[in-house]
Design a protein around this ligand. Structure first.
Ligand SMILES: Cc1cc2nc3c(=O)[nH]c(=O)nc-3n(C[C@H](O)[C@H](O)[C@H](O)COP(=O)(O)O)c2cc1C
Length: 361
């Protein structure tokens, strides 16, 4: 199962554990995946530069294998004050319901991207990946100069071409099955929602750099399928979200284990940016406000206190329960190393079967 990317990164298996910002990708998880022969990734989009440094150092204490760090390329939306105030006012209904005080202010929107990137650069991780756009050229160039492998997220061929033009070393092809935020950044990609099966070979045909397939890949079957489609590795999120080392709240893990493939939806209601998660009361209720949602990251900042309070109360209906369409294949009480091992062993059996080397099972 050696591919261009496993060779380039010096990893055993073409399995990337998806970066998942907001808590799931603990240093334990990242290190466990890398120690098991895959590539662990820290979702650092919501972390301050100091938190990023501390997390990277903790991962380095747990593994000497390669791992990645992922950031969000910032956006500066211009939103009329009254749209923001109206939404904040509406969100007070949920704040009161959850026992919180109403609020009319807008909290801090996001962490300083350039300083976050500087932290990654100084710590010199094996991989720097990003989503929601393309970082400034000087950042991409400095990363590459340090020998850091740079990977960007695309949801259409045009986005993949834009990333390749910007000099990335690999393209993450994110299909619409994927859990969490869509990485789309070109206006033409906004509503495209191309599935992984269709997206990966089309991107592989158009870029020279290795492609990492992402979205709905949960086991060895998905891995083999994506290698056949032209991918050099897979990036799995939901599969690792429920494992023991994941920092996702227990109630989020339980909801994933109990949910079916038709129970996720793509919504903008939590953050102002399209993201796939398990349908909640919040998503249903917010349908009345469709068309009035402030853009990312404003809505994300406005709902943060609600999501955090709901999580403390173990109330899943007001939390963002990001998960992909492969949800029914998620496993309970499994370790990250077991996921890597099972995926590789199943893929290996399938490759042998299809190549006629062995025909049992
Ligand atoms: C809880 C969660 C958080 C995520 N956070 C990030 C992130 O911080 N950065 C990123 O590039 N992708 C993020 N993603 C998307 C993943 O990188 C990946 O595209 C997705 O998980 C693949 O689909 P799957 O969940 O079906 O495996 C997140 C996904 C989930 C489920």
């Amino acid at each position: 199962m050696k591919t261009e990317l496993t060779r380039r990164l010096g990893i055993q298996y073409p399995i990337v554990q998806a970066p998942m910002a907001g808590g799931p990708t603990t240093p334990e998880l990242v290190a466990a995946v890398s120690n098991a022969g895959g590539l662990g990734s820290l979702g650092a989009g919501y972390m301050s530069p100091d938190q990023i440094r501390a997390a990277i150092r903790e991962i380095k204490q747990r593994t000497d294998r390669p791992f990645g760090v992922n950031l969000f390329v910032p956006e500066q939306p211009h939103m009329p004050e009254d749209v923001i105030a109206d939404m904040n006012n509406h969100l007070n209904t949920y704040r009161v319901k959850l026992g919180m005080a109403p609020r009319s202010t807008v909290p801090a929107l996001s962490e300083p991207f350039e300083e976050q990137a500087q932290a990654v650069l100084e710590e010199k991780t094996a991989v720097f990946s990003f989503t929601f756009g393309i970082p400034p050229q000087d950042i991409i160039r400095s990363m590459k100069r340090q020998g850091i492998v740079v990977a960007g997220t695309a949801t259409t061929v045009d986005e993949a071409l834009a990333l390749a033009d910007a000099g990335v070393d690999a393209v993450i092809a994110q299909g619409s099955e994927a859990g969490g935020h869509r990485g789309s950044f070109l206006p033409s990609a906004a509503d495209a929602r191309i599935g992984t099966m269709a997206l990966v070979p089309q991107i592989a045909d158009h870029v020279q750099v290795p492609v990492i397939a992402s979205g709905g890949i949960m086991d060895g079957r998905g891995l083999v399928a994506c290698l056949a489609l032209g991918a050099s590795a897979v990036q799995m999120g939901t599969a690792f979200l429920t494992c023991r080392e994941s920092g996702a709240p227990a109630v989020h893990k339980r909801k994933i284990i109990a949910s079916k493939e038709n129970e996720t939806e793509v919504t903008t209601f939590y953050s102002g940016k399209a993201a796939r998660g398990i349908l909640t009361d919040f998503m249903k209720d917010m349908r009345h406000y469709e068309g009035t949602i402030p853009a990312y990251p404003i809505q994300n900042a406005l709902t943060r206190d609600i999501r955090q309070a709901a999580s403390k109360l173990h109330n899943p209906e007001y939390m963002s329960l990001w998960a992909g369409q492969g949800i029914r294949l998620a496993q309970d009480q499994v370790t990250a190393a077991e996921i890597v091992k099972q995926t590789v062993e199943q893929a290996d059996r399938l490759i042998r079967r299809y190549s006629g080397l062995r025909s049992e099972d």
